[in-house]
Design a protein around this ligand. Sequence first.
Ligand code: ASP
Length: 453
Amino acid sequence: MAATDRPAQTGKRMSLTTKIMIGMVAGIVVGLIFNQLGSSFINTHIVGGLFAMIGKMFVNALKMLVVPLVVFSLICGVLGIGDIRILGRVGSKAFVLYIVTTAVAIAVAIGLAILIAPGAGFNMEGVNTSGITGKEAPSVWNVFANIVPTNPIAAMANGEMLQIIFYVIVLGVAALMLGEASTSFARACEYMNELMMKVVGIVMAAAPYGVFCLIAKTFTEQGVELFVPVLAYVVTLVSALFLHLFVTLMILFKVLSGLDPLTFIKKIRPAQIFAFSTASSNATIPVTYRCVTERIGVDNSVASFSVPLGATINMDGTAIMQGVATVFLANVYGIDLGLSGYLTVIGMSVLASIGTAGVPGVGLVMLTMVLSQVGLPVEGIALILGVDRLMDMIRTAVNITGDAGVTTIVAKGEGKLDLAIYSDPNAGTVTDELGIDPAAEEALAAAAHHAAR
Ligand code: ASP
């Protein structure tokens, strides 16, 4: 991993994080201007053509990294821990914290929404609700049964994260049992892990442009007028998300890890920007993993397991959206859910977040399950559909902050956090220098040539 650990940029060169932030802000400004212009040429060819193409290439490139990175880093993680009992302890700690933070998030969100009461007096007449149907809630038993894959290759091909984690852990444990015989396997996986991190560096160098295109496209498509009718919902939801991000999570972080939360928030910012731009916790895994290992100082043995697990089962922001949306729709329809209704919402949201992957828009699908469970009309979703993309971006940033926070807390508790890295503001600063060394390239080419003869 040393290759990506280059020292921070000093002097005139701008850090990649700054460039990505500029890309994001420029994307918002350009998007809002294009939205106001409403030119069909710009909308079709520039935004729908060029921006969409570059944005999609960038998200595809991130997704391309996820499965190999998770597989190899997790094998190294299991081999690095070297003790199955410790693995179980790390796993259960992360699992419990993920569930607890999600439940707290949604409980606070419901409380806040009841207090603000968005949606009271809203009139559903004239809202187009065609094509909106509910999804069946997953059964708890099925969610757990499906963690065991029937075909590990299919699990990898489909990016089934829980199945991949399960299979790789079994593989790692078997390698541990074989002992010395696994030495070359361990070395090969370590090399593959380092190689994948290098590829992450290459993709990240393109991030300012990818982020710009994704954000500009979203903001061109999202008119301000979409927000007006549901402003009370948006304001309540964004307040609840920020309350969780900056107050609840930070208090939990301070109490459970004893570390300075401000340092944490600063170091996780690149991952938050990626999550905001892609609206996918899964696609952000490589960046979250890189931030927690190289910037925060979490050992691979914890991060390799906790980060992909969190991206799949931990969705604080999504749960908050479901809580606020349920209260909003209950008010719109004038239905009183009562304590038992809200408890059902909390339970359902937590369960649904375990069973569904962190991909764009999945929160809305989960909301249909929650609504049908408490007897609210699923068509109500039509009301909030227009603003959901932007809300998805914000809640995904909250989701991955929870993943990284829990990962850091668990690592600190296990003595797997490098405090020197945590307190070094320049540790693992992202750069867009790819570190191409012509002499090293020549040496490698010569060695390969020699081996081929
Ligand atoms: N996009 C979210 C995520 O990937 C899930 C959602 O709320 O739709 O974490």
